[in-house]
Structures are given as structure tokens and as C-alpha cells.
Design a protein. Sequence first.
Length: 411
Amino acid sequence: MQKMNEIKVMRDPIHGYIHIEYKLIWDCINAKEFQRLRRIHQLGANFQVYPTAEHSRFSHSLGVYEIVRRMVNEIESLSTILTEYEKITVMLAGLLHDVGHGPFSHAFEHVSEFDHEEYTAKIILENSEINKVLKTVDNNLPHDVVKIIQHTHPRAILNQIVSAQLDADRMDYLLRDSYFTATSYGNFDLERILRTLRVRKLAYDEEQLVVKYSGIHGVEDYIMARYQMYWQVYFHPVARSYETIFIQLFRRLKDIYQENKAYFHDLKILVPFLRQSKPTIQEHYQLDESGLLYCCALISEKTDNIAKDLASRLLNRKLFQYITNTPENKKLILKQLKDMNLDEKYYLRSESVKTNAYTPYKGQKIFVELLDGEIVELEKASTIVDAITKGEVKQEGILFYPKEGVDDGSN
């Protein structure tokens, strides 16, 4: 576990500095698969709504690493129970947890039909620069990192640090996304939460991160920040409209590929994502947002009018309209599409999203240590969270469709 000659630091608007102490961490940051994250927007299509939301998966991943680094070093009850190997492994999991993301992040999962966590694991485990770096320390290290990312590590406390209800991933992206969207919805007191986190043992000697009762207000703010960011930022209908066009473009390209493979002679980086077989990690590496948008520029000059139109809409922000999804509205839109001679397969998409401020999932909960030492679920310690968990889940269904027909360039 070789350390650097001196601690390297990188400036960051959220954490002040990112601190790199180990050469292994530094080498992973400089691996080409991690550097690719500079070319992937953190917020997918939200830069179409919030002009300054241009931050990348690269900076977010560094931020998650920094929070994990602070947790394993500054939370005494955590620092004392972890070995150096475990600390470095969980820091690496925080750093590399998003390395498998495709262009426009989660929207790409709709068109490629694979989960970004699947490709994160493949990149770490298979023939990549990151894999080679990790194996210079220990042949088992890639597998141990992936276990944490996939929430299967036998030491559950390591999984909780990176991905749980109150974890380094969410704490960074809420603060970072709020900052770069110039909104206040995602703000909460990170320092207070870190100061009040402890490791305690529950039934069957299971290690669990808990929050002291004195930190409960910080957690309540965190819960509300998460709720507000989802509805005000992450689920913004304009961003989803942009993503809809992206998804519909790939639907059209897949259909063209079945009929006319010659169409893609100059779009070779797209082909692996149009075939039935899964792309290799090298093919995944080659497709970033820069390459995808260049392909859109080429498609906008090609002969297929539907693909040409959808690609031009992506490039020039000619977004779809949106309306509440009701039978009456859908019937009206279908008539409009027919009048404009537009195929509903490519020009109509329905989406339904729902979320609650706090819903324990996959058996995960936030635990609070009361003043008398008793450890209880958050909803039992907070009247605010208790009321939230009993409330209705907010759900929203939207139809996306174009306001005008296709410009075939004939005018």
C-alpha cells in the first residue's frame, strides 16, 4: 500500500480539496477508463434545463471518494475497526462506483439495455487499465472492490459506506448537483452528519452505521433535500424530454441497422450498441458524449428523415412537448401525430415516475442512537420522517410528443 511522497490535493467546490494519499488511488484516477468520466455529464440531460449543470461523473466520483476517505479516517469508531486494506478497498469502491456509465448517464441504460453497475464490474474485473492497477497490489482487490459496489461484501459496513440510505454517493451528488444547478434544494449539513455518525452492533453482532440523536436534524434535512432534488431537478420534464429524443433516436437507429447496415459506415462507434450482443469494455470506452454528439451531427446530414430529425433535435434543443398522461390527452396527441404523418413509435413516449422522500428499500434503513443508547429506525426517532413514510407516494405520468412535424429539408 505505497503512499505518495506527499499528499496530492485537487480543488473542489463542494469539499474544498480532494486528498490523495495512496499511489494506487492516484493511478486509478489516471487510468483511461476513469478519465473517460470527464466526458460524461453527471446529470444526464439536466444541462438542457440548468445551464451551469455541466459537471461530470469524474468530479462526482472524486467527491464520493473524498467523503469515504473522511469517513474511514475521521469517524473513530469506524477507523479503529477497519484494516488499511479495507479502508483502501472501500475508498476505491467510492471512486470507481460510476465508471460504467454511458453517455447521458441513466438515459443510456434505456437504449443499451444494460445496467451501468454491470459495466462498472466488467471494467474493474476484466482487461482494463484499472484492473491492471488494482492487481499490482493484490489479485483479489478488483473482486473485493466490486463486491462493495454490488452490495455483496461479507463485511456489511463497507457496503453501507458507499451505497445505503445515508451514504457517500448520495451525500456528494445532492450537494454537488444542487451547487451546479444553482438551486438550494439539495443543501444539508454534511459536516454535522459526519460528526455524528457512529458504528454500533445490532442483533447478531451486525455492524451498522448509526446517527447520534444530536445529528437527527441534519438527517431530516438530508431526507428533504433528496426529495426536493428528485422532483425539482432529476425528474424535471424538460430534461426528460431531451432524454426521450435520445431514446427514440436509438430506437430508430436499431431499426435502420436491421435493414441497412451500410448506413453506419461512418458511425462505427454506435454499432456495438445496436447489435443483439453486449458491447465489450473497449467498445464501451470508445462511446462517450463527445463521440455520440459527433455521430448526431453526421446523422443529421443523412437520408433517413426520422433519424435526421431526431438527431437535429438533440443537437439544437428542439425538444418535445409534454402533457399529463390521460386517455383523453393520448387520444388527442395520436390524432395530431397522424395529421402530421408522424410515426407514434418514434414520436410518442410515455413515462411514469414516482418517489417518496424516505422509503426504506432492500432492507436498508437509517438508524438513530437515542440518548439512552437504544438504537431505533429513523422513522421512530423523527416525527417528520414518520409523517413522510405514512404519506402517499407522489407519482407523475407524462406524454412526450413533438409540436411540429419533421423538417425534411425540402423547404
